[in-house]
Design a protein around this ligand. Sequence first.
Ligand code: TSB
Ligand code: ZN
Length: 585
Amino acid sequence: MNIKEDERLNVLNHSCAHLMAQAVKHIFPDAMFWVGPVIDEGFYYDIDLKDRVLTEDDLVKIEKEMKKISKDGKRITRSEISRGDALERFKDDPYKIDLINNMDDESIISIYTQGDFTDLCRGPHVATVKELKHFKLIKFSGAYWKGDSNNKMLQRIYGICFDNDEDLKNYLEILEERKSRDHRKLGKELDIFMMSNLVGPGLPLWLPNGSTIRRILERYIVDKELERGYDHVYTPVLASSELYKISGHWDHYKDDMYPIMKMDKEEVVLRPMNCPHHMLIFKNGLHSYRDLPIRIGELGHDFRYEASGAVVGLERVRGMCQNDAHLFVRPDQIKDEVRNVVDLILDVYKDFGIEDYKFRLSLRGDENKEKYFDDDEMWNLAEDSLRTILNELNIDYYEAENEAAFYGPKLDVQIKTALGHELTLSTCQLDFLLPRKFELTYVNEEGEKVTPVVIHRAILGTFERFVAYILEEFKGALPLWLAPTQVVIVPVHHEQHLEYSLQLEKTLKDMGIRVKVDARNEKLGYRVREAQTNKVPIQLVIGKKEVENNSVNLRRYGKKDSSILNVEELKELLNKEIRQKTIYK
Ligand code: TSB
Ligand code: ZN
């Protein structure tokens, strides 16, 4: 959906923003308006309502008023005025004055009027407000004036307008669908994680179900990496601030770090990344060219002071655990190692059925040079090497400036969340800088000490972001191998069929299956429904027949039909699906 790029819808939405502003002015005569642009999915308007904070009820009222104004059907007229007239006309409105003062001298100043409402605007607009019929106000939030947290908080209302009712209906259905797979909602319903003000924003607490998923992911990825020649380590989450002064984090990444903790003579910080610790581990030994590549992996806990407005559920947090590794390689090994990383990413994505992603080559660009380590030659070399490798490996990617890490360019895998946020999941980064800063060396074939190159990479990214993503992708119904509870056994009668059910539970537990018996004194239908609500992949109903025949009545999540299997067949089916990581779509 991109309303901004559809000429007709763009104008329609822009006019609808004015209609909304007019309705707001009728209800709140003191309201003043900042800007109301069209966005990919509709429009918003930033409004100063003095100290009033909007409520859901206000939104309903505003929408009603919009309908009324639209029915009145006033024409929308444009006129052009001089800068002097404009300044005079809007003299009591500091927001408009700010806009006028920021226009360059030659620009034509136009205003649009509909009935009792006039707004400063470049246009164009539809001819009459009658054309604005199929709209909906979607949500509201606070928004700092000009996006600066030192400024006043304005009220932002989002809406969308189509030219027919069907398109509007379809869009609202998409919104509902997105809401239902928002990982924050699923995370609550399925007891995956919680937040507490006493811990703080962006610091999730993993509940037992979420912890089970995470433990499976941890074992899965560590095993894969061990198979591929990684060594796994444990290092502390704190370090002397000196470490980050050496690495360059202090100069280029300080804004994202928690502040220094001062003790008697020491200064320590919470780490935002694991690289410096891993550099020290490499430096701890002597290395010959024959020992490289050395791949140091860690499920490393990091802390980043993300802006409170940017923190979202598990997808953007302040306390996180990366599936991290640093590969110490010779220059002639860079290409093969990048290839191995990409290969591992694709291998992992296949297991999770992840198909909707794009590779992004993240470069330094010209903006914000102070964000990056200052050495043009090094940057050119790193960016060119990574680009050449990607081309040689035939990887489809697009380029983005101002997205590099401070130490080097990245190959990022970009995904979209249910809320429409574009995020990086996996990353593979080329770094000529940190090995130099830490004076790392290995002995080359000629017996000389030379500097290795470092590849930083995270496959699952962080467990937080990865779990958020797969929850949304599977709409909470995780495949058998990942589900916190894999099987629920439901005896038809909570006493008569209990013994057999408990025996079956033991058999499955002995195989390592995460299984529960639901023998509560509740109606069968109720217990069956609850297993569905909890999105348990497999449900086994046990009645008289099953007890007599040593069988189970198996029903999968989301399916209406069931099948009868004997216990041996059941065991085989479970083993096979877990081993093969079967995905049902
Ligand atoms: C890969 N030093 C490298 C590391 O060696 C590094 O830290 N890279 S990173 O900054 O890109 O972070 C790695 C991954 O962590 C990202 O690809 C992303 O998937 C995840 N991530 C980053 N910030 C957050 C956050 N605030 N919340 C959740 N996940 C995050
Ligand atoms: Zn790193």
